[in-house]
Design a protein around this ligand. Sequence first.
Ligand SMILES: *Cc1c(COP(=O)(O)O)cnc(C)c1O
Length: 395
Amino acid sequence: MELSNRIKSIPPYVFAALDKKRLAAIDRGVDVINLGIGDPDQPTPKHVLDAMHKAIDEPANHRYPPFGGMKEYKQAAAEWCHKRFGIDIDPDSELTSLIGTKEGLHHTILAMVDPGDTTIIPDPAYPVYRTSTILAGGTPHFMPLRPDFDFTPDLEAIPDAVADKAKLLFINYPNNPTAGFADMAFLEKAVAFCKKHDILLCSDLAYSEMTFDGNVAHSIFEVPGAKEIAIEFHSLSKGYNMTGWRVGYACGNKEAVKALAQIKANVDTDIFRAIQIAAIAAFKGPRDHIDACNKLYKERRDLAVAALTSLGWPVKPTKATFYMWLPVPKGMTSTTFSELMLEEAGIMVPPGTAYGPSGEGYFRLSLCADKNRLQEAFNRMKEHNIVFEPAKATV
Ligand SMILES: *Cc1c(COP(=O)(O)O)cnc(C)c1O
């Protein structure tokens, strides 16, 4: 058997490899605290479950769903966008359903990128932008995120020769893995840049609902004229605690949405109708569970900020997401630190390099564990003297 060059061109999915290490530690009897996953630990809201229960008993829902999403699903998604961001999306021509945004990102890349093409991707970033570019035969150009500018990139630093050639540019705010947050001024710059260089701007909005302290995330379509060059990926996974359901949508530029839907119609047959009906309940339902989850994440964040500060870490409260992006202690690499955490303290955290070359010197900590578990993790770090800077001797 001879595998394709395509499969040989990409590494195994980083998180699958990390999970192997975690499971091996568990096999050795270690009580592993997993702070490596970006998966809400709270259940899907009850009104969504109720809608699913009802929908699943209806035989008509057991049949193939329509390509691109049920009319009612698309309408409810567009109405949600209007309510949430004040933007107008035409559900028929400017929106298509997705089996999660991971799928949508991949297929958008397949729809747009030919061998030899360039995409511009954040570094560090969610790994899909990079690997799917490579799978399509393209070359990713890394755009480093700047810690001192809330992890937004310097678009001016992208060489004209790269920008003029590039087909796609990815942004993701609120950001995974850095918890960076973009204001309207940055989004306006990104739109202007992509217009100037004729690039399809891909905005990954997976964390739009996960913000704290009065910060509210924006849609790219709040920028006037953005629809000429942008597509945006919306997911119910993180905001509605629905990662396992696989449901989301892409919206924006007609031509891009149509191309994405055309690829999808050839390779998948959309989302189970009952899941679309459950998602409609999420779009139309109350938002109190979102507020409750954000309160929970904020409490965990505050606990983590206090505990990490006492361990010598330079850490600022994050504005959004359930991640913290932290420097590793001096003298260590991302990988040696991640290994040390697992071997000594039984704590799983991914090395920053899992997200791109600029991740060297960092690790990501995720707050998808309850406060007792988090406290236990910080206690173990203290016990094993895993500190950023040794405590100064008090006089
Ligand atoms: C989790 C995540 C996604 C994928 O979400 P699904 O809709 O569950 O596929 C996409 N982008 C980023 C940045 C994420 O962290």
